[in-house]
Structure formats: structure tokens, C-alpha cells
Ligand binder design. Structure first.
Ligand code: ZN
Length: 307
């Protein structure tokens, strides 16, 4: 899947098969009873014309299912081809894509586009993210803020609220971003030690909130931005917060350029989106879209029928 010519964007059967491949790499799993024994699951196809394509029968519970049963795809009634289109578009644009643009490109209502994008962001959310860094690895911690300036909002009369973001970025590796109420040692420390292995070397600026937590790491170095110091070598280590700053630069171009305004209630969801694209930057847009849709497992996007 590298271009919009891919049949999964136009052909509902192909879109369903692609979703099956993503959700069930080892073969279908019954959503009613959890049975995954392939000799106890039969494909019902071609026997009767009335059968929906992609219908399976579970010998364990005598239930029928398709890949969309119990997912947001079934409830939303939006064609799978549109879900693939939306996921691909959101994943192939470095700065994200607004719901308005998605609405125009997909030919769905704005409300539907907005709904789809938030569901895709939920799918991008890594439920059990491992810590970044580790022995011999270097993690940069840095903070920035989103909003707070009138110039970033076309019609704002008053300056919108400043929202703080702290990101941890492993040099050459992944990012973990957090919306934090304020920037203090007390707020940042639990997030830092959970998201980054303390076996790592920690790089920060001179912020006093990093001093204590820095002592918990293999080593802690800081760059002094006040004297325009941005990067230096200490042995094999690169003392810098450039990786974190590059991440913030993409984040801000996306939030101000694409999304224009992000409310405090939704900021963390956008951070998930930008982390996800950053962390999958070495794979293709198509692979990234597939990985995003695979994330529907275990989210609000799936649900068990209450029968
Ligand atoms: Zn079953």
C-alpha cells in the first residue's frame, strides 16, 4: 500500500481483507467466545448469496462474525474503504490533517471526519508503552508550551491558555509526550522515570526540575541554553536536547499549521498522534497506517456485545 491507487481505498472487499490481515495475522478469532483454533472456525462463503462476504462461523459457540463485529467499524457504518483512506492520510502527513480537510477529501460530513480522526488517534495510543532508553542509550527531556499567544490564533481576542508539554526523546529512538499541568519536579519526575529507563543517560536543559530526577539516571548532563550552548560531546555522549527540540518543532508546525487550535481536553490525543508518527518514522506510510489500525485491539474502539 503505497499510493491511493491501492484497491483497499475503493473496494470494500479488499479493505475488509486488509483489515483481517492486520487484526488477525494468525487467522480469525471469534469475538463472541475468543476461540482462535483455526480448525474450529469455518468461512461461510459462496454457499448462499445472502451471506455477507467475510462471514465466519465459530464451531465453539455456534456464533457468526466478521472482522468488524464488535468494533467501531461496525457501529459507525462508515465503509472500511473510508477508514483506510482516513488512516492513510493522517499517517502520511507529517503535520497531521485537519478534520475539515479530511471531510473534503473523503466526502464524509465534518462530524464524521472528526469522529474518525479521534478514533484513529485512540488506535494510535500505545496501551503498554515500554520505557525508552536503556543501558548505553541517551534520553533527552525537554518541555515546551502550546498556545498562550494570540498570534497563533487568527480571531482570538484574548490570549488562549498556555498548555505545558514535556517530551522524552531517545536519541535515534522514540518519543513519549505528556500534557502536564505545570512544570515542576513533582509533576515531571513520575512521568520521566516511568517512560524512560533509569539505565539511560539523561540530557536536559538547566531547568531546576530536572536536577533531582537526573541523579536517578546512569548520568545526567545539561546544556546551558542561556549561553547559547546547544550541543557538546562528553566522551561518547552527545549532550544536547536537539532531538526533543526537533520533535517540538514538528509538533508545533502541526498544531498551529494544521489544527490551528487544540483544546486542553484534547491535547494529549494530539500528542499521541505526533508521538505515533515520530516513532514509526522509519517505516512506510502504508505500514504506519496498518499499524495504526491494528491498534484498535483493546481500545474503546472494540467492545463486547452485551448478549
Ligand atoms: Zn465463538
Amino acid at each position: 500500500m503505497t499510493t491511493l491507487n491501492n484497491p483497499i481505498f475503493q473496494d470494500e472487499n479488499k479493505a475488509r481483507e486488509a483489515l483481517e490481515a492486520v487484526r488477525w495475522p494468525e487467522g480469525p478469532i471469534c469475538p463472541h467466545c475468543g476461540n482462535s483454533a483455526q480448525d474450529r472456525i469455518a468461512k461461510i462463503e459462496g454457499k448462499k448469496h445472502s451471506h455477507r462476504p467475510g462471514l465466519y462461523y465459530c464451531n465453539e459457540c455456534q456464533g457468526q462474525f466478521t472482522v468488524t463485529v464488535g468494533t467501531v467499524f461496525e457501529r459507525s457504518k462508515i465503509p472500511l474503504t473510508k477508514w483506510w483512506q482516513a488512516t492513510f492520510l493522517l499517517n502520511s502527513s507529517k503535520k497531521g490533517m485537519s478534520a475539515h480537510q479530511m471531510h473534503r477529501m473523503l466526502g464524509v460530513t465534518y462530524k464524521t471526519a472528526w469522529f474518525m480522526m479521534h478514533r484513529i488517534r485512540e488506535a494510535m495510543h500505545d496501551m503498554k508503552p515500554g520505557p525508552i532508553g536503556g543501558e548505553g542509550k541517551t534520553v533527552e527531556a525537554d518541555e515546551t508550551f502550546i498556545g498562550g499567544s494570540k498570534k497563533n490564533r487568527a480571531y482570538a481576542k484574548t490570549a488562549p491558555k498556555k498548555m505545558h508539554v514535556m517530551s522524552l526523546v531517545e536519541q535515534g529512538g522514540e518519543s513519549r509526550s505528556f500534557h502536564v499541568a505545570n512544570v515542576t519536579a513533582k509533576t515531571l519526575r513520575p512521568l520521566i522515570v516511568k517512560a524512560a529507563s533509569r539505565k539511560s543517560h539523561l540530557m536536559t536543559d538547566e531547568g531546576k526540575w530536572y536536577q533531582r530526577v537526573g541523579e536517578e539516571f546512569a548520568s545526567h548532563h545539561s546544556v546551558n541554553h542561556a549561553i547559547e550552548e546547544y550541543s557538546r560531546k562528553v566522551g561518547e555522549l552527545r549532550v544536547s536536547t536537539n532531538a526533543a527540540e526537533n520533535f517540538f518543532s514538528i509538533l508545533k508546525r502541526g498544531i498551529y499549521g494544521t489544527y490551528q487550535h487544540v483544546s486542553e481536553a484534547h491535547l494529549q490525543r494530539y500528542l499521541v498522534e505526533f508521538d505515533f508518527r515520530y516513532n514509526t518514522r522509519k517505516i512506510t506510510d502504508g505500514e504506519r497506517a496498518a499499524k495504526a489500525l491494528k491498534g484498535i485491539e483493546g481500545k474503546r474502539l472494540t467492545y463486547r456485545p452485551t448478549h
